[in-house]
Design a protein around this ligand. Structure first.
Ligand SMILES: [Zn+2]
Length: 475
């Protein structure tokens, strides 16, 4: 058997376990796994003393998003280059209809942003923002290859908010179409009330950006998750809570899953490695994202949730704003463009803090970053695992070699990083996308525009059980 490319002598992580050996690639696909594959005529990539892991799927990304009165500063060129350097080989962004637009027009707009620019493969969740207009357009979007939808329980000011009637009706349709609804869960009425109470010159003078966490106590997220789970349980429509940030949220998801409710949850890596003490900093406003960073006890509960299984996916909610854009706040926390860069550091942070930090095994990390997101979002078995027949999307990382996070040397357009100065292992030495080397020796070498849109049929498959859950079931 001959191959175009052979990755040799790495520690290879597959969904069935890890082994030391080779990955044979023919064309864009993984053609064989084995101990000593035939290298004759093949381009050989040496992975001795390295891990060979599935390319990461970041299923929560916003590139070139008009938001908070500006446009997020990583576009499809810089965002996908940043991803590749961080071992990300697939992203899912959110197509949001502009005022008056249909779901189909939203998809067209986002396809146009990515076309000719993206270095890695991509697709979109379709945002339902005006239920009465969009409800009858959902089925056609599933048929067009978009089986994941998103609704926001907040953001009335952006024209994006969905009420309970929309959530309930969409979940009914998800069940009918084999699709899945993603929900941004925060309780808008109470949140707006808390913001209004604090929005005074005296308090803004006194507390500055600290008002961002002060006006979003944990119950703002917990109540909204509880309510969305209620509609999920009532309808049987698959639900996925995005960017879950609280321990209370993890508790609600765990008990719902034990009752058999078809709800899944993702967290973002920033909720695992940062807490809201950053708002004490002089430049604390840079860290405003939505939902905001929480407390160390929430971080601990979310790591537990990943290990035990109620948190299925780690993503980033990448939404990059530069220092100049963040300066638009001028002392009023309600005007801070909300979001942080993330694609380039997702894998290094998860590896360094998660695996080297003792929260997850290497295999569990790959489940949360690759295998689960691919299954849940309808991209498996093409993406998300090192298996014969899958796309040859791979990252090769060194177990301990670190790089210092320095925005000046990164691919992102951000001129700052929440992790500036952190020494992180797990940057991708070599990234392959559909068999092609796009990162070599930690530098991006792939050409933009080679990334492809990924059509999907259904979504909402259950996550892979974690090893702990398997052990628990057997016990
Ligand atoms: Zn988001």
């Amino acid at each position: 058997m001959s191959f175009d490319r052979v990755i040799r002598h790495g520690r290879v992580v597959t969904p069935g376990g890890s082994f030391t050996g080779d990955v044979g690639i023919r064309g864009e696909k993984i053609a064989a796994l084995g101990a000593d594959l035939d290298c004759e005529g093949a381009d050989v990539i040496d992975a001795t003393d390295h891990y060979v892991i599935p390319g990461v799927l970041d299923v929560h990304v916003h590139l070139a998003l008009p938001f908070c009165g500006t446009v997020s500063s990583d576009d499809y060129r810089t965002g996908t280059r940043a991803g590749a350097r961080g071992g990300v080989t697939t992203i899912i962004d959110f197509a949001i209809p502009y005022a008056g637009e249909s779901l189909s027009e939203a998809a067209d707009n986002w396809l146009a942003k990515a076309d000719g620019e993206a270095l890695i493969d991509y697709t979109f969740h379709i945002c339902v923002t005006r239920w009465d207009d969009h409800r009858d357009q959902i089925k056609a979007m599933v048929d067009r290859g978009f089986p994941t939808f998103k609704e926001f329980m907040i953001y009335a000011s952006e024209g994006w908010q969905s009420d309970d009637r929309a959530l309930f009706g969409t979940l009914e349709k998800m069940r009918e179409y084999g699709a899945m609804l993603l929900v941004h869960a925060e309780s808008s009425r109470v949140l707006d009330e808390l913001i209004a109470r604090h929005h005074t010159p005296e308090l803004m003078q006194r507390y500055g950006a600290r008002l961002h966490p002060m006006t979003r106590p944990n119950f703002v997220e917990a109540e909204a998750i509880q309510r969305a789970v209620c509609w999920c349980e009532a309808t049987g429509g698959p639900l996925y809570i995005v960017h879950m940030s609280t321990g209370e949220g993890a508790d609600i998801i765990r008990s719902a899953q034990h009752r058999g409710v078809p709800v899944l949850a993702e967290t973002c890596v920033q909720y695992l490695v940062l807490d809201d003490s950053v708002f004490e900093r002089e430049d604390g406003h840079l860290f405003a994202c939505c939902p905001q960073l929480k407390k160390p006890k929430d971080m601990a509960r979310l790591w537990d949730g990943l290990r035990h299984g109620e948190v299925s996916v780690i993503s980033t909610d990448t939404c990059t704003f530069t220092r100049v854009q963040k300066a638009m706040w001028e002392g009023d926390w309600t005007k801070i463009p909300m979001g942080m860069p993330g694609l380039e550091t997702l894998l290094p942070l998860t590896y360094t803090r998660g695996v080297l930090g003792g929260h997850l095994t290497l295999e569990e990390m790959c489940t949360k970053l690759s295998t689960n997101p691919a299954r849940i979002m309808g991209l498996a078995p093409r993406k998300g695992g090192i298996t014969v027949g899958a796309d040859a999307d791979l990252a090769i990382i060194h177990p301990t070699k670190t790089h210092r996070v320095d925005p000046a040397t990164m691919e992102t357009n951000a001129d700052w990083s929440p992790y500036e100065g952190w020494e992180l292992a797990g940057f991708s030495r070599t990234t392959l996308s559909r068999g092609e080397v796009i990162v070599d020796e930690y530098r991006v070498v792939g050409r933009e525009g080679r990334g492809q849109w990924l059509p999907r049929i259904t979504a909402g498959q259950p996550a892979e059980p974690t090893t702990k859950d398997i052990a628990g079931a057997a016990a």
